[in-house]
Design a protein around this ligand. Structure first.
Ligand SMILES: Cc1cc2nc3c(=O)[nH]c(=O)nc-3n(C[C@H](O)[C@H](O)[C@H](O)COP(=O)(O)OP(=O)(O)OC[C@H]3O[C@@H](n4cnc5c(N)ncnc54)[C@H](O)[C@@H]3O)c2cc1C
Length: 291
C-alpha cells in the first residue's frame, strides 16, 4: 500500500480494513473530502473509461483476490458531517452508523437506535437499505443526494421516487451517494438509551462477537429464514476449518484473518449449492463480492 499523494493510495489493501480481514487490493484508491475534489477527480482523470467502486466501512464487501483494477473512492471530510436542521438531518455518506446513533441520542433524536448495532456507514446503508429489528434505512430517509458521474452533476431524489426493497437501496449505476436527508423526531434520552441497550443485548445474544465476519451472508427468501434453510442443508464439516459457519447463527460465517477471498467465495457457493439441492431455493448473496 503506497500513499502516492495526499489523496491517492495505490494498492490499497482491503484485507487490512474490511470487516472480514480478507480481500484483494484496490489498485487506485482516491480519498475525496468535498464536492470540489469529487468533481475534479471525474473531470481531470480518465475515470469514465474505467469502472469505479465506492467503499464505505467495508462491512459488507469482499474484493476477490485478483483485486479491483478500477478506481476506488473513499469519502471523508465534509462527508463525515451531520447537520441538524429544523425539519431534517443532513448526514454525510461517510458517517458511521454507530456514531450517528450516539449523535442522535445526544440530541434526543429518536429512530436511529437500530444503527447502534450495524457496523456500516450511511452511504453503505443507503446502498443496501440496511436494517434490523423491523426497521430499514428507507423508513428514515427523506431523500438521497448523489453525484452522477456520467453527467458530473449532483442530484437529489425523494425517497418516494426510489424503489427501495429488502436489502436493496440506492444502486443506480455510476453514482456516488453523498448525503442522506433524514427525518427527525424528538424523544427523551432515557427512552433512546434503553432502546439502544435493548438492541445491543439482542445482537450480542444472537450473533457471533469479536470474530471476522460480514453479517448475514444471504438475504432471507420471502417468508423463509436463510439460517434455517442453511442449517437443514449442511453437515458438520461446514462448522470446522479456517472459514466456518457460526454455531450462534448459521447465516454468518467466521474466518481466520488474511484467508483468501476466493476461498470465502467458494465456501459461500458450496452453501448455496447445498441449499439448492435440498430445498430447490437459490439463496441470494447479501455480501457484495467484487471481481
Ligand atoms: C457484524 C456485522 C453485522 C451486520 N449487521 C447488519 C444488520 O443488522 N443489518 C444490515 O442491513 N446489515 C448488516 N451488516 C452488513 C453491513 O454492515 C451493512 O450492509 C452496511 O450497510 C454496509 O455499510 P458499509 O459502509 O460497510 O458498506 P461497504 O461494505 O463499504 O459497501 C457496501 C456496498 O455499498 C456501496 N457503497 C458504500 N458507500 C457508498 C456510497 N457512498 N455511494 C455509493 N455506493 C456506496 C459499496 O460500493 C458496496 O457495493 C452487518 C455486517 C457485520 C460485519
Amino acid at each position: 500500500m503506497t500513499q502516492e499523494n495526499k489523496n491517492l493510495i495505490t494498492n490499497y489493501s482491503s484485507a487490512k480494513f474490511s470487516w472480514l480481514k480478507s480481500g484483494g487490493n484496490i489498485s487506485h484508491l482516491y480519498k475525496v473530502h468535498n464536492q470540489i475534489e469529487l468533481n475534479n477527480l471525474f473531470i481531470q482523470n480518465d475515470i469514465k473509461t474505467k469502472s469505479f467502486l465506492v467503499i464505505g466501512n467495508l462491512s459488507n464487501t469482499l474484493i476477490k483476490d485478483e483485486g479491483f483494477k478500477g478506481i476506488g473512492i473513499k469519502l471523508l471530510g465534509d462527508f463525515t458531517d451531520v447537520q441538524v436542521n429544523s425539519d431534517h438531518m443532513l448526514v454525510g455518506a461517510a458517517v458511521l452508523d454507530n456514531y450517528l446513533s450516539k449523535f442522535c441520542y445526544q440530541k434526543s433524536i429518536t429512530g436511529y437506535e437500530f444503527l447502534f448495532t450495524i457496523p456500516g456507514s450511511i452511504g453503505g446503508n443507503i446502498f443496501m437499505n440496511a436494517g434490523c429489528y423491523n426497521q430499514e434505512i428507507k423508513d428514515k430517509l427523506i431523500s438521497v443526494i448523489y453525484y452522477d458521474a456520467n453527467q458530473n452533476k449532483i442530484f437529489e431524489k425523494n425517497i418516494s421516487e426510489l424503489q427501495f426493497d429488502y436489502r436493496k437501496g440506492f444502486q443506480k449505476n455510476n453514482t456516488i451517494i453523498l448525503y442522506g436527508k433524514f427525518k427527525i423526531t424528538y424523544k427523551d434520552q432515557d427512552y433512546i438509551k434503553s432502546l439502544m441497550n435493548e438492541y445491543d443485548i439482542i445482537r450480542k445474544q444472537s450473533q457471533p462477537q469479536k470474530v471476522n465476519c460480514c453479517g448475514s451472508i444471504f438475504k432471507n427468501p420471502k417468508n423463509q429464514s436463510a439460517w434455517r434453510l442453511i442449517k437443514s442443508s449442511i453437515d458438520e464439516s461446514f462448522y470446522n476449518g479456517p472459514i466456518k459457519l457460526s454455531r450462534t447463527h448459521s447465516n454468518f460465517f467466521e474466518n481466520e484473518p488474511n484467508i483468501s477471498a476466493n476461498s470465502i467465495d467458494l465456501f459461500i457457493s458450496k452453501i448455496q449449492k447445498r441449499v439448492k439441492d435440498k430445498h430447490k431455493i437459490m439463496l441470494e448473496k447479501e455480501l457484495r463480492i467484487i471481481d
